[in-house]
Design a protein around this ligand. Structure first.
Ligand SMILES: [Zn+2]
Length: 453
C-alpha cells in the first residue's frame, strides 16, 4: 500500500464529512480535534495535499467572497466532473455558488468547494414524492427521503479520490461486501395484514426458489400464528419486526408502546429481534430514539434514505446507534398502479439490478406477501436474474448487517476504482412533470411527518 501516510483531518464536530467517511472507512482516516478548523484537510507524509471546503462556511469566515444563492431541483452528473458515477442528484434546495464561478462544484488546484453544507443535507429528514427511472419512460413513484444521501457521500469520495490522484496516490477503502463479491442481493418482505395461509404459501414459494430472505412481521395481524415464524426461522429465513400496529406515530411514547409490544411478542417465542422496517417506509427522530432504547441494531426506511450503502443517521449532533439499511423503494404494487405488464415489471427490476450492480451498491428490494403470490413469475425472473451474477452474494438483512459490523475489524483494504455506472441520456424526464406528484403529496399530507423531533 503506497498511501500509508495519508491523513484526513476533520473537525470533530463536522459530522457531515465524518458520516460520509464512516460508511466508506478509507485507509488512514484521522480526526483532529480542532474546533476552529473550517474545512477538511488531506495530508500525505505530514504535507498538505488538498482541502475540501463547504462554501456556506466560507460565507462565515471570508466576508469578502461573494456567494450567489440559487435553487436547484436536481443535478445531472456529467462525465469527467466530480459528480461522475453518481445517479440523478436530488437537491430541491438552495445551493451556494461562488459568484465569479459558473460551476456547481469547483475543483481549483488542490481545493474542492462544495456548494452546500453537507451536515445540513445529511440531517434533512423530509419526505417527498419522487419518480424513479425506467427506460420505457413509465416512471413509478414513491414517497421517499428528499435527499438521497448516498449521492453526497459519493461526491465527497470522488473529491478525495481526485485529490489523491493529483498526487499520484490511490484511495483505499474497506470492501463493502464479503469474500470479494461485487454486490449483495437482499430480499425483504413486509408482512402487511397477511393471513397465515398467505404467509405459508409465500414461504413455500421462496423455499422452493432456494432464496434467502428477511420477513418483517406485522405482529398484530399475525398474532394467532406467531409460532409459525418461530418454527420457520433458520439461517436462510430471517425474521424481524415490521410493527405491532401497522402505523408509525410521531410521538415517541406511542412508537415505543407499538414497537415494544411487537418485539416482545416475537421474542417470547424465541425469535431474536435485531432489525426493524417501519410501516410505509417512514422515519423520524422519535423512531430513532425508540430503536436505540429498545436496542435494535438496524432499521430500513426509504423515508430516511434509499438506494445506498448502510448509513448512520445524524441526530442533532451525534450519530445514531442504529444503522440504516436503505432499500430500493419501488415495490411491485407501484408498478401495478401504472398498469405495467408482467414483462415490463421484470424489465424494471432487471434495469434496477444492473444499474445498482454497476454502481457497486447493494441490491435490495422489498415486496408484500400478497404481491408475491399475485406475480410469482415476476419474482422468479428477478431471482434467476440475480443468480446469474456470480459476483452477487444473496444474504439476509441480519447477515449483511453482521458483515457490515465485522467489516471494520478487517484490514483487507482495496483500491477505489470508478464505477461503470453511466446515467441514461433521457433521465431528466423523471424530474420533469412533478406537478402531479405535488398534488399527490398534498392529498396524502405526508408533510405532517416532516421534521418530527
Ligand atoms: Zn407495511
Amino acid at each position: 500500500m503506497t498511501n500509508k501516510e495519508i491523513e484526513i483531518l476533520v473537525n470533530e464536530k463536522d459530522l457531515g464529512f465524518l458520516a460520509t467517511l464512516i460508511a466508506e472507512k478509507p485507509y488512514g482516516l484521522k480526526i483532529v480535534k480542532e474546533d476552529l478548523k473550517s474545512n477538511v484537510e488531506i495530508y500525505y507524509q505530514k504535507k498538505k495535499i488538498g482541502e475540501l471546503f463547504d462554501v456556506t462556511k466560507l460565507k462565515n469566515h471570508l466576508k469578502t467572497i461573494k456567494i450567489r444563492e440559487k435553487y436547484f431541483k436536481y443535478l445531472l452528473p456529467e462525465e469527467k466532473s466530480l459528480y461522475y458515477g453518481i445517479d440523478i442528484f436530488d437537491i430541491y434546495d438552495i445551493l451556494y455558488l461562488l459568484a465569479q464561478e459558473n460551476k456547481i462544484v469547483y475543483f481549483l488546484e488542490n481545493k474542492v468547494y462544495f456548494p452546500f453544507c453537507l451536515k445540513d443535507f445529511l440531517k434533512n429528514y423530509e419526505i417527498r414524492a419522487k419518480y424513479f427511472y425506467f427506460s420505457l419512460l413509465k416512471f413509478p413513484y414513491e414517497f421517499v427521503s428528499k435527499i438521497n444521501k448516498g449521492s453526497f457521500r459519493q461526491l465527497v469520495i470522488n473529491s478525495l479520490v481526485n485529490i489523491l490522484k493529483q498526487n499520484n496516490l490511490s484511495y483505499y477503502y474497506l470492501p463493502y461486501y464479503p469474500e470479494n463479491y461485487s454486490s449483495v442481493f437482499l430480499f425483504r418482505i413486509d408482512g402487511d395484514f397477511a393471513t397465515q395461509k398467505t404467509v405459508e404459501k409465500v414461504f413455500d414459494f421462496l423455499i422452493k426458489e432456494e432464496l434467502k430472505f428477511t420477513f418483517f412481521v406485522d405482529v398484530k395481524s399475525s398474532v394467532n400464528f406467531l409460532k409459525f415464524f418461530g418454527e420457520k426461522q433458520n439461517e436462510k429465513i430471517d425474521i424481524q419486526l415490521h410493527c405491532y400496529l401497522h402505523y408509525l406515530d410521531k410521538e415517541k411514547e406511542k412508537i415505543l408502546r407499538n414497537l415494544f409490544k411487537g418485539k416482545k411478542l416475537l421474542e417470547d417465542i424465541g425469535i431474536k429481534i435485531f432489525g426493524f422496517a417501519a410501516p410505509f417506509g417512514l422515519w423520524n427522530c422519535s423512531l430513532n430514539e425508540v430503536l436505540e432504547e429498545l436496542e435494535f441494531s438496524y432499521s430500513s426506511e426509504f423515508g430516511f434514505d434509499y438506494d445506498d450503502l448502510p448509513i448512520l443517521p445524524i441526530i442533532t449532533d451525534r450519530f445514531s446507534k442504529v444503522w440504516q439499511i436503505p432499500i430500493h423503494p419501488i415495490s411491485i404494487s407501484r408498478l401495478k398502479t401504472l398498469k405495467f405488464s408482467i414483462k415490463e415489471m421484470v424489465a424494471y427490476y432487471q434495469e434496477y439490478i444492473l444499474r445498482t450492480y454497476h454502481k457497486g451498491y447493494p441490491i435490495i428490494i422489498y415486496a408484500h406477501p400478497q404481491e408475491i403470490l399475485a406475480f410469482p413469475e415476476v419474482f422468479k425472473e428477478i431471482f434467476s436474474f440475480v443468480k446469474n451474477f456470480s459476483q452477487i452474494k444473496i444474504m439476509t438483512f441480519t447477515e449483511f448487517f453482521e458483515w457490515w459490523q465485522k467489516r471494520g475489524q478487517t484490514e483487507n483494504y482495496q483500491e477505489k476504482k470508478f464505477n461503470l455506472f453511466k446515467l441514461p441520456s433521457n433521465i431528466k424526464y423523471i424530474r420533469k412533470n412533478e406537478f402531479y406528484l405535488k398534488i399527490k403529496s398534498f392529498i396524502w399530507n405526508f408533510n405532517r411527518i416532516r421534521k418530527t423531533k
